[in-house]
Design a protein around this ligand. Structure first.
Ligand code: GAR
Length: 198
């Protein structure tokens, strides 16, 4: 059985969708993998409690703990790598993980590191994706699952979902509709990746 490690910073709803998919019998056959650990970058991330409620072990690598280091980003990534490598994961999933990773970290997990982003990349890399889509007058928004490369939100695209922008949409209403679709997209892409690697 292969291991998956999921990195989170917040609510963890995408993480929960992956855990559920891996635990469901019909998906389990397709996944052939289990979520071995959920690692949070903040002790208070609500997703950690959600993971524990689903029976998944959690760990915290608190990014703030490295603020005094000469190179805080590199020190955080090194600690994160130690926590991840204990599980020898086939895939490391970024599910609402809001830290920028160093090129060294990205290289270490090349071919195994996958992110979900709430826009139709290459449009709207970075933050505030839904507001920026509304401001631009986009008629369609969506989400993208992609391989992680050193450039933020720019790796090869593995899957996308398109969500129409509706009259009167706010960033919040659009974001909620996109998030619901993220929960379908991410497990589907992960299942396909695991099947390829089998
Ligand atoms: C999701 O919409 C995800 O695409 C986004 O954060 C949200 C996390 O929600 N990720 C990014 O913006 C990464 N650049 P969740 O914690 O409930 O899964």
């Amino acid at each position: 059985m292969k291991n998956i490690v999921i990195l989170i910073s917040g609510g963890g709803s995408n993480m929960a969708a992956i855990v559920q998919a891996a635990q469901r019998e019909d998906w389990a056959g397709r996944f052939g993998a289990r979520v071995a650990a959920v690692i949070g970058s903040k002790a208070g991330a609500p997703g950690l409690e959600l993971a524990r409620a689903q029976g998944v072990p959690t760990e915290v690598v608190e990014h703030k703990a490295f603020a005094q280091e000469a190179d805080p980003r590199a020190a955080f990534d090194a600690a994160l790598a130690i926590a991840i490598d204990r599980h020898a994961p086939a895939l490391v999933l970024l599910a609402g993980f809001m830290r920028i990773l160093t090129p060294g970290f990205v290289q270490r997990y090349e071919g195994r590191l996958v992110n979900i982003h709430p826009s139709l990349l290459p449009a709207f890399a970075g933050l505030q994706t839904h507001q920026r889509a509304l401001d631009a007058g986009c008629q369609f928004a969506g989400a993208t699952v992609h391989r992680v490369t050193p450039e933020l939100d720019h790796g090869p695209i593995l899957g996308q979902v398109v969500v129409p922008v509706l009259p009167g949409d706010t960033a919040q209403s659009l974001g909620q509709r996109v998030l619901t679709q993220e929960h379908r997209l991410f497990p589907r892409v992960v299942a396909a990746l695991l099947a390829q690697a089998a």
